[in-house]
Design a protein around this ligand. Structure first.
Ligand SMILES: [Zn+2]
Ligand SMILES: [Zn+2]
Length: 294
């Protein structure tokens, strides 16, 4: 790759993994993105998709791998104990994660590797693993070769909110905004954070009707629609994502973090509806790579 970014979607679902016939095209693994920016390997979130990212990184050799976690809900961390580079003594992994004071988040992450959840134990991690807590509500992390990762807290998600990330490199930028609920367009501070990004990956958990709990005619293959309102669950609809993309003047929008009940056919319907608000909208699909050129 000659400059710019390469993004690979490794897991695009929210909540829990859903392998099977209905999700074969867009994938059933939970949230994880692999990013290569000027040759610096980054991973955004560690859902079951990170297992695939780990296989790709293992083949690519030994630069420090930076993993950034949006928050610690299980769909964003459950793949971490199966991330192959952690078990390779030649690798260095830096884990960046929100920490709200004390070491609660670190202890929660370490627990993934020890009994009774896992037989691995912390001694079983063979890579150089460095914990890099992010304690401020906003800030930036400078990596090698001019790659910079800015972060900003968004409080709409239950528990401790999430961190939004903006990765910048060689004049190009990508914003990762998962697990955000945005019934109105982003506030001014968040709009400024997202503004002008070449690519926005945005939570698109629900159709509008499922968000508000309105009945609708079943369509798509499965016809299994969630019942009841999802207001306050901390997730967006595809229309919210599209309106934020337009308000922030981004280049392209990728819908992401789909409800596990939605089949491939339903996602095809979802993107058509989003394009009414923001034509340059696409569906994140597991295994798909996107280039953002310099
Ligand atoms: Zn999630
Ligand atoms: Zn969450």
């Amino acid at each position: 790759m000659s400059g710019g970014f390469e993004l690979t979607f490794c897991g695009v679902r929210g909540s829990f993994p859903v392998p099977g016939q209905d999700t074969r095209r867009f994938g059933g693994n939970t949230s994880s993105l692999l990013l290569e920016a000027a040759g610096v390997p980054l991973v955004l979130d560690a859902g079951t998709g990170i297992i695939r990212a780990g296989r790709q990184l293992a083949a690519r050799g030994a630069r420090p791998i930076h993993v950034f976690l949006s928050h610690l809900h299980s769909d964003h961390i459950m793949g971490l104990p199966f991330f192959a580079p952690l078990f390779d003594p030649r690798q260095e992994v830096v884990l960046h994660y929100p920490e709200d004071g004390g070491r609660r988040s670190r202890r929660a992450l370490e627990a993934l590797f020890v009994p009774p959840y896992s037989p691995i134990t912390l001694q079983g991690i063979r890579a150089r693993l460095r914990f890099a807590p992010l304690r401020a509500a906003a800030g930036r992390v400078a990596l090698d070769d001019g790659v910079e990762v800015a972060y900003a807290r968004h409080d709409s998600h239950p528990c401790l909110g999430v961190l939004l990330y903006r990765v910048a490199c060689q004049g190009r930028s990508l914003v990762y905004a998962t697990d955000v609920e945005s019934p109105h367009v982003f506030d001014a501070r968040t709009r400024a954070f997202v503004a002008g990004a070449d690519l926005l990956v945005h939570d698109s958990q629900y159709f509008e009707n499922d968000y508000v709990g309105a009945p609708r005619a079943a369509s798509g293959k499965s016809g299994r629609w969630p019942k009841g309102a999802r207001r306050g669950f901390g997730h967006s609809t595809m229309t919210m994502a599209a309106r934020n993309a337009a308000a922030c003047g981004v280049g392209r929008l990728y819908l992401f973090h789909y409800d596990p009940r939605y089949s491939d056919a339903m996602l095809e319907e979802m993107v058509q509806l989003a394009r009414r608000e923001f034509p340059r909208t696409y569906l994140a699909r597991e295994g798909k790579s996107v280039h953002i050129r310099r």
